[in-house]
Design a protein around this ligand. Structure first.
Ligand code: DC
Length: 223
């Protein structure tokens, strides 16, 4: 189990990271949130004022950027050039811009290289959009997690309520659908289910139910 590699892909707000964290904890392996890496890259681009449509400028910027993921007391912390940006990368500003940044080939190849390095020779649960297809092609288990856009907006709304953010649910659903479209229709590594991935529709399932299903699948694969 210590070297088991699990890839979880799926659209925005399908519950991937919540479930992935639990699965990693139960299996005693590390969790890597690749969306957080694209978000950190986006924050850097916004802070630097680089044109988000300028592929070359973004690639150059990333060669001068240090992105690290480290375990913390309350979950994984994200560091951008040494500064903790864990909360900042969840801001609306970053969320609105991240799909544009993640669509560039140069940005993706840099992130995929880093992700492969992070996963090298160790047990890992990694979530994102292209993990089963590009990053962990040989993963022991691949999961493609989906949920209806209405349900995903409802979950995000509830999460936001706890954080004191009052964005209307209709706006959240529109933003989720827009990101789905951009992530699925982009030329570079669009969001698609890997042929050997297990599809889990979480619309009517609770977080513990989904986590349990994945842990069970992982144990079956390990046997
Ligand atoms: O999972 P998330 O919402 O934090 O991801 C943010 C964005 O990053 C998402 O809209 C698409 C992009 N992304 C990607 O292109 N590839 C990944 N492996 C992870 C995220």
């Amino acid at each position: 189990m210590k070297t088991m590699q699990i890839a979880i892909d799926g659209p925005a707000a399908a519950g991937k990271s919540t479930v992935a964290k639990i699965v990693a904890e139960q299996l005693g392996i590390i969790y890597i949130d690749t969306g957080a890496m694209y978000r950190a890259a986006t924050l850097k681009a916004l802070e630097t004022g680089v044109d988000l449509s300028d592929s070359q400028a973004l690639s150059d910027l990333l060669t001068r950027t240090d992105i690290r993921l480290e375990p913390g007391d309350t979950g994984q912390r994200v560091f951008l050039d040494g500064t903790d940006v864990t909360e900042e990368i969840r801001s609306d500003k970053v969320t609105r811009a991240v799909s544009e940044v993640a669509a560039h080939r140069g940005v993706r190849s840099r992130m995929v290289k880093l992700q492969k390095e992070f996963a090298e020779g160790r047990g890992v649960v990694m979530d994102g959009r292209d993990i089963g297809i590009h990053v962990l092609k040989e993963a022991d288990l691949k999961v493609f997690m989906i949920a209806s856009a209405e349900e995903r907006a409802r979950r995000r709304y509830e999460e936001n309520q706890i954080r004191g953010i009052g964005t209307p649910i209709t706006d959240l659903q529109a933003e989720i659908e827009k990101r789905d479209k951009m992530d699925s229709e982009r030329k570079e590594s669009p969001l698609v289910q890997a042929a050997d991935a297990v599809l889990i529709d979480t619309t009517a399932l609770t977080v513990p139910e989904v986590a349990e299903r994945i842990v069970r699948l992982a144990k079956e694969r390990a046997d």
